[in-house]
Write a new protein. Structure first.
Lengths: 456, 186
């Protein structure tokens, strides 16, 4: 590539491996940033070089902008990929990269800032003619929240302006709930995001989480790669994602994808991004939720049905190339499902289970992709998130994709640490899931209680 | 010019039996430095109580990489084959020889002097107090003074001036001075 010859990967785990793979395909050198806990990790072994930036604690390593920039300059990296999580959506990192002539592989700091403030993002969506969930501007205190709640109707959801990714929110069914949660949530988000500002949205009980994948270049071109359905969530964290969504008619699909393109166009979005919507299954209408200005965990689902390598496209875009695909080049083929396998104990409240992986075997299969940084003997450190593998199965239709996923998981043997594989196997057999009778509350309200009673 | 273990052992034997203290070998990308002891061999009469390590000390310098990127041909960044060796981090082999490491408290740029052109804080052979600054490490214009942490004599400088060092990388090896003042000033 003309402008990018060596990429510093400011992340860890499976996404670091994923980025290294994309770089290698493009003939780009890689430098893996590692904390002391990750020195023997797969990304460290796979990259052309690894650099230990600090102790295990993320604040002293993966979250320290100065160390990352020093590492990039010291290794003469000309680009930096932030992955997801950590600093991926901190405009400061993108900004400091720019000041040091390091190409940030992601959107502009301005893009990140506009969408990072959830109230600004709502305004941008509105101005683009995209429906937003009935709600408020900034809410000052519990009295104001109660007044607005009564106007738009309970239940409502109280959210942090600086939040996102499922963090910093509370559902209130009654004014009493608001009184109970307002001040504590405000204090919580103040310490978590450095901004305690809250706003209100109407809570939609029978909803699907549907998001549209976007690619934009530096020349104002924007395309979409259709949607993903991520309605199976636990504590607002996605567990299983699939594409296409079973609830969208072709007309609705067209409409929601156009809405996403309109929002991305209005901010001249540059890079891969995702526009998230809430789909009200009762009213069959969608509303803008938020935009994620980064590559997402579940991006492989889209890759498997479009054949587009989103991480490689991020590199091409960062290399100042115009988009290599026009909208008419994007065709959906078949169905794909992703299961996020975590090192957690489903029968113990999904408590994390770090430790040494003894056995790690699975059957290779052309229809199933696995993105993982694990191997037999790998010690899952206790400092970071518990995602250990993403399994993505595709098929000519949904039932074939499910069958292939079931077959793969049956033969995916992990010992040494407890994982959520058995939990996913149960999910994949559940009649509600098989028949698509789910919403964003289904997993917590229908599946988790049976799990606990089974255990007791 | 990659060397086999046998060839390296042969070189070690040769220098061990020879009257020379150091050998520098360079061929293309390959650079080998072999030396006896941790510096000059001092005569027993001058420092009777200092036992010299009997084994030669081998250090293989980081190699100069040919960048496949082509954009920075002058850049010296180790690639695949030359990832930093465990020897940069693991101090147990040195501790067996009675040496203590000074490790980098942060990733950053390693400076041996307080400012360009000034004499270095520490040279091989210099005696330091535990509170003496031995180098600076810069992270984005912030300079961190690194202390020796132990009273003794600098035996080896393990990092290159003006180059990036990683977190916990060994920067210096120090031969600690015993409490009875075993290592007296010559």
């Amino acid at each position: 590539m003309k402008n990018i010859s060596r990429v510093l990967i400011a992340n860890r785990g499976e996404i670091a491996v994923r980025i290294i793979r994309a770089c290698k395909s493009l003939g780009i050198e890689t430098v893996a940033v590692v904390s002391e806990a990750d020195r023997e990790s797969l990304p460290a072994k796979m990259a052309d070089r690894s650099v230990c930036v600090g102790p295990p604690r993320a604040l002293d390593s993966y979250l320290n902008i100065n160390l990352l920039i020093t590492a990039a300059l010291g290794t003469h990296s000309d680009a930096l990929h932030p992955g997801y999580g950590f600093l991926a959506e901190q405009p400061e990192l993108a900004e400091v990269c720019g000041k040091n002539n390091i190409q940030f592989i992601g959107p502009s700091p301005q893009n990140i800032r506009e969408m990072g403030n959830k109230l600004w993002a709502r305004r941008i969506a509105k101005d683009s003619g995209v429906p937003t969930i009935p709600g408020s501007e900034k809410v000052r205190d519990v009295q104001e929240a109660t007044r607005i709640g009564e106007k738009i109707g309970f239940p409502v959801i109280l959210k942090a302006v600086a939040g996102g990714g499922g963090r910093g929110m509370k559902i209130a069914h009654h004014p009493d709930d608001l009184r109970a949660t307002f001040d504590t949530l405000s204090a919580e988000v103040q310490s978590a995001f450095g901004d305690g500002t809250l706003y209100l949205e109407k809570y939609i009980p029978n909803a699907r989480h549907i998001e549209v994948q976007i690619l934009g270049d530096h020349y104002g071109n924007i395309i979409h790669l259709s949607e993903r359905d991520c309605s199976l969530q636990r504590r607002h964290q996605k567990i299983l994602e699939e594409a296409p969504s079973t609830v969208l008619s072709p007309q609705l699909r067209e409409k929601i994808c156009h809405a996403a393109v309109a929002i991305a166009k209005s901010i001249r979005y540059q890079s891969a991004g995702t526009i998230e919507f809430v789909f009200d299954q009762d009213r069959r209408e969608f509303y803008f939720l938020e935009m994620n200005t980064r590559i997402q965990v579940e991006h492989p689902v889209t890759e498997q049905i479009t054949g587009v390598d989103l991480v490689q496209e991020q590199m091409h875009i960062a290399n100042q190339e115009p988009l290599r695909y026009a909208q008419k080049d994007i065709h959906l083929k078949g169905h794909a499902i992703e299961c996020r396998i975590n090192a957690e104990s489903p029968n113990n409240g999904f408590f994390p289970t770090p430790g040494r992986i003894e056995q790690w075997t699975f059957l290779e299969n052309v229809d199933v992709r696995m993105d993982s940084h694990c191997f037999p003997g790998y010690i899952i450190p206790p400092y970071y998130d518990s995602l250990i593998a993403k399994v993505i199965a595709k098929g000519k239709d949904r039932s074939q994709a499910i069958e292939r996923m079931q077959y793969f998981l049956e033969n995916f043997i992990v010992s040494g640490v407890e994982t959520t594989i058995p939990f996913h196997q149960r999910l994949l057999k559940h009649p509600d899931f098989l028949q698509g009778r789910v919403n964003t509350r289904w997993l917590e309200e229908v599946v988790l209680p049976t799990l606990r009673s089974d255990h007791e | 010019m990659p060397l086999t273990t046998e060839e390296i052992i042969q070189i070690l034997k040769l220098i061990d039996e020879s009257p020379f203290d150091e050998l520098h070998l360079e061929s293309g990308d390959f650079k080998l430095t072999v030396g006896k002891g941790g510096g000059r061999i001092t005569s027993p009469s001058r420092q009777p109580t200092t036992p010299e390590p009997s084994r030669p000390v081998v250090t293989q310098e980081p190699l100069v990489a040919r960048s496949s990127a082509g954009k920075y041909p002058q850049v010296q960044v180790p690639t695949q084959a030359e990832k930093p060796k465990a020897g940069l981090f693991d101090s147990t082999p040195y501790e067996k020889d009675g040496l203590l490491p000074v490790k980098a408290p942060t990733l950053g740029i390693f400076y041996r002097s307080p400012k360009p052109g000034a004499p270095p804080f520490a040279e091989v052979g210099k005696r330091v107090e535990d509170n003496d600054t031995v180098c600076l490490i810069e992270v984005m214009k912030l300079f961190n003074a690194v202390k020796a942490g132990v009273k003794g004599r600098i035996v080896k400088i393990c990092a290159e001036n003006n180059q990036m060092v990683e977190y916990n990388q060994i920067l210096f090896l120090i031969k600690p001075e015993s409490r009875t003042g075993e290592l007296s000033t010559p």
